[in-house]
Design a protein around this ligand. Structure first.
Ligand SMILES: Nc1ncnc2c1ncn2[C@@H]1O[C@H](COP(=O)(O)OP(=O)(O)OP(=O)(O)O)[C@@H](O)[C@H]1O
Ligand SMILES: [Mg+2]
Length: 336
């Protein structure tokens, strides 16, 4: 479900799915109309969070309850991304909502045992499923709208250039700058969807997806990147593949942002029933203090992902020689 609105929680647009979900009409939901579907305490907290996000110009990830058209209540996960005008002033948000408790397609509701490991696996899976459906919604809904807007704009530019029309230079300039803005929006939708769902993983498998990631990284940063990720045997299952891929991505981002490295090497191997990913750069070397820092979401995320799959993530640095990240995850789920 999608919506667009301002920084005070007044919404201007909803997609069809939102209207079907709540049973509201486009007109009835507008402004503060949609708020009648949200319980008062959730709404107060949500509006507070939205204002805070607007203040810090940051995306908001949150959840709140929404009444369905049949009167039952659903928990909705939302990601609202700020929008800016050309002077970089925040103008509002575009929100993507997903029903948190919707059963995953094709999966029985109680497929998991009570075993902690499978619960952790399921948590990782849920997170990835959410990201995938977010990516699909963004791509299908926003991407399409933007593409048709761009086509219309191009048509208008064409019309304005016809010999028998005499549009002002300002009009043509405006149209062209609008087309430019839409172009930027299309590019950001593509970037965000690619970010949310590693499409390369689905199409290529883990090894090739890592190679491709390395190629893109080198082209983008100018840091030499060698990838040795062709592994023999069974393909790595999706949960582990996604975890390893995300950890590799975060490690590479860190190399670009912090390492001051000239080169980085990435390798994937199988060692005694474990699959081992290593990312090694030749930069300044992470310090013990940096590794312990409480605020480091990136490193925490890497460790969490490995741990949820029964593995571990070790990070080490040598001053002036570089940083090494080694992740090992058992391939056959213990007890399975
Ligand atoms: N390859 C590296 N070389 C040198 N220092 C690093 C490297 N990777 C991480 N660091 C240091 O460790 C810190 C923590 O990394 P972490 O990824 O957790 O946070 P971050 O990259 O600063 O922000 P984010 O949470 O957005 O990832 C970094 O701020 C940086 O100082
Ligand atoms: Mg980081």
């Amino acid at each position: 479900m999608l919506w667009a609105g301002d920084v005070l929680g007044r919404r201007t647009r909803f997609n069809r799915r939102w209207l079907e979900f709540t049973g509201g009409t486009a007109l009835g939901e507008r402004g503060r109309g949609w708020q009648k579907h949200v319980p008062a305490d959730d709404l107060r907290r949500y509006l507070r969070e939205l204002r805070a996000a607007a203040g810090s110009r940051a995306p908001l990830r949150t959840s709140y309850r929404v009444a369905r058209s049949d009167g039952t209540s659903a928990l909705v996960l939302e990601e609202a991304r700020p929008r800016f005008d050309r002077r970089d002033h925040i103008t509002g948000f575009v929100g993507v909502c997903l029903e948190a408790d919707a059963p995953a397609p094709g999966r029985p509701a109680h497929a998991d045992s009570d075993e902690p490991r499978s619960l952790s696996n399921r948590l990782v899976e849920i997170r990835e499923e959410e990201r995938s459906s977010l990516a699909r919604e963004l791509h299908d809904e926003l991407g399409q709208v933007l593409t048709s807007t761009k086509l219309d704009l191009m048509w208008l530019c064409e019309q304005a250039r016809q010999p028998d029309t005499r549009p002002s230079v300002t009009l043509i300039n405006r149209l062209q700058s609008l087309a430019g803005l839409v172009e930027i929006a299309i590019a950001s939708v593509q970037r965000i969807t690619a970010d949310l769902r590693p499409a390369a993983l689905d199409h290529l498998g883990l090894g090739a997806a890592l190679e491709w990631e390395g190629t893109k990284f080198q082209a983008r940063t100018g840091i030499r990147c060698r990838v040795d990720a062709r592994i023999e045997g069974e393909p790595v299952d999706p949960a582990r593949a996604v975890a390893l891929f995300r950890i590799a991505q975060e490690s590479l981002t860190n190399v670009a942002r912090h390492a001051r490295a000239g080169a980085v090497r990435l390798s994937l191997r199988r060692v005694n029933g474990q699959i081992v990913l290593e990312v090694r750069d030749n930069g300044r070397g992470i310090t013990a203090q940096e590794m312990r820092a409480a605020r480091s979401t990136g490193l925490h995320g890497m460790r969490d992902r490995a741990r949820l799959l029964g593995g571990e993530c070790r990070i080490s640095g040598t001053p002036g020689r570089g940083t090494k990240v080694v992740v090992s995850i058992p391939v056959a789920a213990a007890g399975a």
